[in-house]
Design a protein around this ligand. Structure first.
Ligand code: ADP
Ligand code: MG
Length: 427
């Protein structure tokens, strides 16, 4: 705690979140802003610790109250001693796939069968929910058709609550400081909304699937100028992911709406280089993206391209179900044998280069997914986009080598693009 600051110093408590504005020259001090109070001031670098990563941990859950398959008798035992509103959710043994909400009330345990119908969950056939997280959140606010408002979740033993872990690592933001605005995009896991967090423009993604959220949390520690920055998360309605706002939207729309008349080759090269640098960083961290495509690149106010969606890529259901893969972006070995690596990301990067230099066209125009797969096997590759520099087309082709080992690394791609940009400056 530093509660009696001298003039210009910042007051803080242990565990508070602080954003560094700048280093004070040669002093070991920072000028910084307190994330909760918004106050600015000086503080000693030695008092700060960088935010930690959330460890990959199967015991980490947004639903610590979910006990899995246990009997009604076991549930009653779990909810001892009695306490009004103490609850858990279990999976029914007699009816696998059905859930039971168990609530302690007036020294009894009451079991509510959760009926799954038409893709929704319901206890009373009136209030319907899309998932358990929504349902529990609702009955914590309103008693509705059950005996009491839910008050206190009974965590499954050994389960760590995501909330505790996030707070410890310093990623938990305060819901009170968040204002939600218009919808700016439609994501696979839900809407993306614009918002404001303590005066800063942000984008907010809402994830309601426990498994997806966990995989996401595992990758909180990556940070690079060409990766969309995570600011923190809020546990509300599942998980709110708060990230920096990328005002110029995704790269496909950026290119399509402006076109050849407005965008110069230099800018296309710069975007390509930005993406290669972000991917080089991911590769160095041994992270595989799996869904690299121009639609997952976002553009900042200053025209910097940044890779997004890298946290979600790993558990993306697309990963296991090959029928859902982004076929036109996926490397042959990924499609056929589910072999994902940084080298399969490089293949996708080649497709992304093609998208960039054709100003946002969809790859393999006029070909069906089946045709693409077959023709690739016979050695077919896309032609160069109109007016595409020959050196850039050669890069694409090198990314599309059948043998993964023959494709360049993102480091190599970065070097080549830097050279290309420099060359453009020289002539
Ligand atoms: P998902 O991968 O879950 O389908 P995306 O992350 O691709 O969702 O987001 C969908 C759309 O929302 C993007 O194409 C983009 O237009 C918008 N969007 C997403 N994140 C941001 C952000 N940080 N800033 C601005 N717009 C965003
Ligand atoms: Mg996406």
């Amino acid at each position: 705690d530093h509660t009696k600051p001298k003039a210009q110093e910042l007051a803080f408590h242990k565990g508070d979140l602080i954003t560094i504005i700048e280093a004070v020259e040669g002093k070991g001090w920072y000028r910084a802003k307190h994330n909760d109070t918004g106050e600015e001031g000086l503080l000693a670098a030695s008092a700060l610790r960088e935010r930690g990563a959330i460890r990959v941990n199967p015991k980490l859950s947004l639903m610590p109250w979910f006990h899995g398959k246990i009997s009604g008798v076991q549930a009653v035992q779990e909810l001892q001693p009695p306490e009004d509103g103490l609850f858990l959710v279990r999976e029914s043994i007699r009816h696998p796939g059905d859930y039971v909400l168990c609530v302690s009330f007036a020294k009894e345990v009451i079991h509510y069968r959760v009926i799954y119908e038409e893709n929704t969950l319901s206890i009373d056939n009136e209030q319907r929910f899309y998932n358990l997280i929504d349902m529990i959140e609702h009955y914590m606010k309103e008693q509705g058709a059950i005996c009491t408002k839910l008050v206190k979740p009974k965590p499954k033993s050994g389960m760590k609550s995501a909330e505790d872990e996030l707070a410890k690592a310093g990623w938990l933001l305060n819901l009170q400081h968040l204002t939600l605005g218009d919808r700016i995009g439609q994501g696979e896991f839900g809407d993306v909304l614009q918002g404001e967090y303590m005066g800063q423009k942000v984008a907010v993604k809402n994830i309601k699937c426990d498994v997806t959220a966990q995989a996401f949390l595992a990758e909180t520690a990556v940070r690079h100028k060409n990766l969309v920055r995570l600011l923190g998360v809020i546990l509300h309605n599942g998980l709110y992911i708060v990230m920096e706002f990328m005002s110029k939207g995704n790269l496909v729309n950026f290119l399509r709406t402006r076109g050849r008349a407005v965008i110069q080759t230099r800018q296309l090269l710069q975007f390509s280089l930005d993406v290669a640098q972000g991917m080089d960083y991911l590769e160095s961290k041994k992270l595989v993206h799996r869904d690299l495509a121009a639609r997952n690149i976002l553009i900042s106010e200053e025209n910097v391209a940044k890779v997004s969606d890298f946290g979600l890529a790993r558990v993306n259901p697309k990963g296991t179900d090959t029928t859902l893969l982004p076929v036109k972006w996926s490397a042959p070995e990924a499609l056929k044998h589910n072999k994902f690596s940084s080298k399969s990301d490089v293949w996708s990067y080649g497709i992304l280069l093609w998208e960039v230099f054709s100003f946002g066209r969809a790859p393999y125009p006029k070909l069906s997914l089946k045709e693409v797969t077959e023709m690739l096997e016979q050695g077919y590759r896309m032609e160069a986009p109109e007016d595409c520099p020959a050196t850039v087309y050669m890069l694409m082709r090198s990314c599309w080598e059948l043998e993964p080992g023959k494709r360049p690394s993102f480091k190599k791609l970065t070097e080549k693009l830097q050279k290309e940009l420099k060359h453009l400056g020289d002539v």
